[in-house]
Design a binder for this molecule. Structure first.
Ligand SMILES: [Zn+2]
Length: 241
C-alpha cells in the first residue's frame, strides 16, 4: 500500500543511494570518479536536495520537514577513495553525505579512511556513522559478538568524532528482527540494509531500504532509472515485505 499522506503533504519517500568505492577499478562496487561527478551534477541539475540521516529519521517519525526531492547519499565501508575522489565533488556541490565506516579498519588497513580525514569531512557536511568493528555478517554471530560489533564501533566512533553516533549500516546488509532489536538496545536510532527500495513511513527504521549504485556497462543511465523510477514503483503498489 502507498504510504498515507499527511494532510496537505506528499507521502515521505526518500531514495537512499548506496555507494562503496569511487575509483577507477572497473568492478561493480567501484563507481568511476567521472561517473560520480556526472551523477552529482545530475542531482543538482534536477533539483535534488541531499539530506542527513537525522533529517530522514525525523521525517520517518513524522517530525520535521524535508526539502523538495530529498535524497540521502551514503557510502559503505569507509574507503580512502571516498576522501580522495568523492569528497571534493560533494564539497563542490555543497552536498551532504554519510559514510558508514568499519571502525576496526580505520587507519589500520591500507585503502581505508583515517579518523583525521573523517573529522575534516565532518566539518564540510559529511556525516560519519558506524558499519561495525570488523565487517562480519551479523547473521553468523552470537548475541555477544553482535553486541560487541555494534556497541564497540559506536563507542570508538563517538570517542574519535566527539558526537553521538546513532546510525549504522549492516555489513553485507544481513539482518533480522532479533539483530534489529539488539541494534536498538545499543542506542542507535536507525539502521540501513541493502534491501532495494525507497525509505518511507512503512519502512522499519532498523531495516531501511537503499538503492545501490553500481559500476555497470552504462552506469549513469542505470543511475537515472533507479533514482527516477524507485519512488513511482512504490507509489503504484509495490509492497515492502
Ligand atoms: Zn560493507
Amino acid at each position: 500500500m502507498p504510504a498515507l499522506a499527511k494532510a496537505g503533504r506528499e507521502p515521505v519517500s526518500v531514495t537512499v543511494l548506496n555507494y562503496h568505492k569511487v575509483d577507477s577499478m572497473h568492478i561493480s562496487l567501484s563507481v568511476l570518479p567521472s561517473d560520480f561527478a556526472w551523477q552529482m551534477q545530475y542531482l543538482e541539475d534536477h533539483g535534488f536536495h541531499p539530506i542527513t540521516p537525522d533529517e530522514l529519521y525525523d521525517s520517518l517519525e513524522g517530525r520535521g520537514d524535508l526539502p523538495e526531492k530529498p535524497v540521502l547519499i551514503t557510502f559503505d565501508d569507509g574507503y580512502a577513495d571516498n576522501y580522495k575522489n568523492a569528497y571534493p565533488i560533494l564539497k563542490k556541490h555543497n552536498f551532504k553525505a554519510t559514510i558508514f565506516v568499519v571502525t576496526g579498519f580505520m587507519g589500520k588497513r591500507k585503502g581505508y579512511l583515517t579518523w583525521d580525514q573523517c573529522r575534516e569531512m565532518e566539518k564540510n557536511g559529511i556525516s560519519i556513522q558506524a558499519h561495525t568493528v570488523d565487517h562480519r555478517s551479523m547473521t553468523d554471530l552470537t548475541d555477544d559478538e553482535i553486541r560487541s560489533e555494534i556497541v564497540d564501533s559506536k563507542k570508538q566512533a563517538e570517542d574519535e568524532l566527539g558526537h553521538p553516533v546513532e546510525y549504522m549500516a549492516y555489513p553485507t546488509g544481513a539482518c533480522n528482527l532479533h539483530i534489529a532489536q539488539l541494534v536498538k538496545e545499543a542506542g542507535y536510532k536507525a539502521a540501513f540494509t541493502i534491501r532495494y527500495g525507497n525509505a518511507d513511513p512503512e519502512s522499519n527504521v532498523y531495516a531501511i531500504e537503499r538503492v545501490p549504485v553500481f559500476h555497470t556497462a552504462n552506469t549513469n543511465r542505470d543511475f537515472i532509472e533507479r533514482i527516477t523510477y524507485t519512488p513511482l514503483f512504490e507509489r503504484f503498489g509495490w509492497k515492502k515485505s
